[in-house]
Design a protein around this ligand. Structure first.
Ligand code: 5RP
Length: 223
């Protein structure tokens, strides 16, 4: 099976977590996109969705799904999203698609985080995937120096020679060379650097369930 087929399989399997008549939180990325396409098929069953990025909002709307502003929503039963890495305790690195801050905010309102990922995302130790950190643009150099002092190798994310700008008007620094054995501690330390909006470690609010696409079918991990 290709990686896309594995992503499609977990996206389909995640439909069982959709709660009828409710609002659902929806993540960002290629796996989340497959999920949105599945959600479109059962859109009559839900009230609508809260999106974790402009791209996700647009895709949800293209399927005729009502997109709610998070400020109108107090809670939701479930948030469904992909991950760049997930460990055996449900802690994740996210933000490959630069949507980490909105993902973390929407997830914080949901009662359950369901991670959908192909099997390659399951790791023993987080950090092989560069850790994304969203920063206020004027602070990227000072934040990079502080990230280097923590032992990482920070790189400002650029595209076509210009810094990538997030939906929040901020920049992303990717931190290479980390071996994250205590994800909650690293999440806290990086979030304490002035100028950081948030970082892509989801340890304080990790996954409750992970649907993992493998050649032997979809495996369910519960944390
Ligand atoms: O955190 C994310 C976007 O900010 C994505 O969930 C993560 O990058 C995984 O993406 P994909 O499903 O395309 O592999």
């Amino acid at each position: 099976m290709t990686q896309d087929e594995l992503k499609q399989a977990v996206a389909k399997a995640a439909i069982e977590y959709v709660v009828d008549g409710e609002i659902i939180g929806v993540g960002t990325g290629s796996t989340a996109n497959f999920f949105i396409d599945e959600l479109g098929k059962i859109k009559h069953r839900i009230k609508g969705a809260v999106a974790s990025s402009e791209a996700t909002a647009e895709r949800l709307r293209s399927h005729g799904i009502t997109v709610f502003d998070l400020n109108e929503v107090e809670t939701m039963p479930v948030y469904i999203d992909g991950a760049d890495e997930i460990n055996g305790g449900g802690a994740m690195i996210k933000g490959g698609g630069a949507a980490l801050t909105r993902e973390k905010i929407v997830a914080s309102v949901a009662q359950k985080f369901v991670c959908i990922a192909d099997g390659s995302k399951l790791v023993e130790v987080l950090g092989k995937f560069p850790l994304p950190v969203e920063v206020i643009p004027m602070s990227h150099a000072v934040v990079a120096r502080k990230l280097a002092a923590l032992g990482g190798e920070p790189r400002l994310r650029v595209k076509d020679g210009k810094p990538v700008v997030t939906d929040n008007g901020c920049y992303i620094i990717d931190v290479l060379g980390l071996s994250i054995t205590d994800p909650a501690d690293v999440e806290d330390k990086i979030n304490n650097i002035v100028g950081v909006v948030t970082n892509g470690l989801f340890a304080r609010q990790g996954a409750n369930v992970c649907l993992l696409g493998t050649a032997d079918g979809v495996k369910k991990l519960e944390f």
